[in-house]
Design a protein around this ligand. Structure first.
Ligand SMILES: Nc1ncnc2c1ncn2[C@@H]1O[C@H](COP(=O)(O)OP(=O)(O)OP(=O)(O)O)[C@@H](O)[C@H]1O
Length: 247
């Protein structure tokens, strides 16, 4: 995945907000990269452009050399809100994107059943979303996103509406899924600890206009647990990232 000189401004009336200014970075296949920065630095704008859901003013996004100008079957997204359809059961919600694409590949049912079990939703397939907790709804969103076997998973603050304990559980689940599936993952977050726990590299962004301030490699062994965040080495790392954001 390649982002090259991505720029975008929003206009409303006579005002103009430069959301992104010549942002460039690349993500290797199978890599976990976080886009980290304060509110308003253009993280969501950038992620939506990578998803093919928002047009850039200039610059390009490409996957294996193909320009991304509209949603791409190899790229799936998970948003802050679970966005499950309230009138469909968990199983029907998960199958929905495949239905829309008329994707009837052999083994979809088995794959979905395996994923449901993997995220701990076995037994809840016939429940409606409102009967599930926020964490369970996001588990269903993860399965829905993975059901069509994308190669890239984009996530826009997927756990920020959850309580801290559930959030930690979800982070560890996501790490396990990343290790098991080897998918390329790009996470938007403003939580430094979350970014350090999960990422191979963190792209630290500046606010208005959003630019790349620095790219930080996280060379901690995996699988990582929350304890990794309490070591002096990681403490220093987090302080450095915090300084980079504040400066
Ligand atoms: N549709 C829009 N119209 C006008 N301005 C917008 C629009 N969407 C975003 N912006 C502005 O562009 C800038 C970047 O917004 P964006 O949502 O991409 O940032 P963000 O880093 O994801 O913020 P947050 O962490 O608060 O979600 C902000 O200043 C925001 O106010």
């Amino acid at each position: 995945m390649q982002v090259q000189a991505a720029s975008k401004a929003y206009h409303f009336g006579r005002d103009r907000v430069r959301a992104l200014d010549s942002v460039s970075f690349s993500v290797r296949e199978g890599e976990f990269v976080s886009l980290l920065g304060p509110s308003g630095c253009g993280k969501s704008t950038l992620l939506w452009a990578i998803a093919g859901l928002k047009a850039l003013d200039s610059g390009t996004v490409s996957l294996d050399g193909d320009p991304i100008l509209k949603p791409h079957p190899a790229i799936a997204c998970i948003f802050q809100e679970p966005t499950l359809l309230p009138w469909r059961t968990v199983a029907e919600n998960i199958a929905f994107p495949l239905e829309l694409r008329r994707d009837q590949r052999d083994g979809s049912k088995e794959r979905i059943a395996r994923l449901i079990k993997r995220v701990g939703l076995e037994g809840f397939e016939r429940h409606f979303p409102k009967a599930l907790s926020g964490g369970m709804q996001q588990r269903a969103s993860i399965v829905r996103a993975l059901a069509a076997e994308p190669s890239v998973l984009l996530m826009d603050e997927p756990f920020s509406a959850l309580d801290p304990f559930t959030r930690e559980d979800m982070n560890l689940l996501l790490q396990d899924i990343w290790i098991e599936t080897g998918k390329t993952m790009i996470l938007v977050t403003h939580n430094i600890e979350e970014a350090v726990l999960l990422s191979d590299r963190i792209v630290v962004m500046t606010p208005r206009p959003g630019r790349v301030r620095k790219v930080v490699e996280i060379n901690l062994p995996r699988p990582r647990t929350a304890e990794v965040l309490t070591t002096p080495e990681v403490f220093t790392l987090i302080a450095g990232i915090r300084r980079a954001i504040a400066y």
